[in-house]
Design a protein around this ligand. Structure first.
Ligand code: UDP
Ligand code: MG
Length: 139
């Protein structure tokens, strides 16, 4: 059964370029309710843990460097079918392949620096939300 929550990060490139407002507007206009949100910065250990599934991939070092270089916006989002609908809203990992109107098509520069994260399953949404937020920070 699909849960109604997913987890997102507006990544350092999106924050650096001043896209926080535009991306949050797109997210809420698409029917997602923000139930947790913070500006935060991941440590190297945080990023290595968060992306542990990619630790053997050739891009892992660059990914950790990128995700730790500045603040991110972490948020938990609520909507029916949240995980799948949010992946549709953000578009393909590589913005060159992302559909028109998706967040990555609009705001991402490259496969590596692709503006936004979205959980890929209900289980990972719960794990990733708990990584960034305590229970009392989620409404
Ligand atoms: N990434 C990268 N090179 C690749 C694949 C992924 O730099 O060839 C980065 C990119 O920032 C991506 C993240 O690693 O968002 C996690 O990869 P994943 O395959 O989980 O893509 P996503 O779920 O973010 O679309
Ligand atoms: Mg992923």
């Amino acid at each position: 059964m699909a849960t109604n929550r997913t987890f997102t990060m507006l990544k350092p490139d999106a924050v650096e370029k001043g896209y926080i407002g535009a991306i949050l507007e797109k997210i809420t206009a698409s029917g997602f309710k923000i139930v947790a949100m913070k500006l935060t910065q991941m440590s190297k250990a945080d990023a290595e843990t968060f992306y542990a599934i990619h630790s053997e991939r050739p891009f892992f070092g660059e990914l950790v460097e990128y995700m730790t270089r500045g603040p991110i916006v972490a948020a938990v989002l609520e909507k029916d079918n949240a995980v799948e609908d949010f992946r549709t809203l953000i578009g393909a990992t590589n913005p060159a392949d992302a559909a028109e109107g998706t967040i990555r098509k609009l705001y991402a520069a490259s496969m590596g620096e692709n503006a936004v994260h979205g959980s890929d399953s209900d289980d990972n949404a719960a794990i990733e939300s708990a990584f960034h937020f305590s229970g009392r920070e989620i409404f």
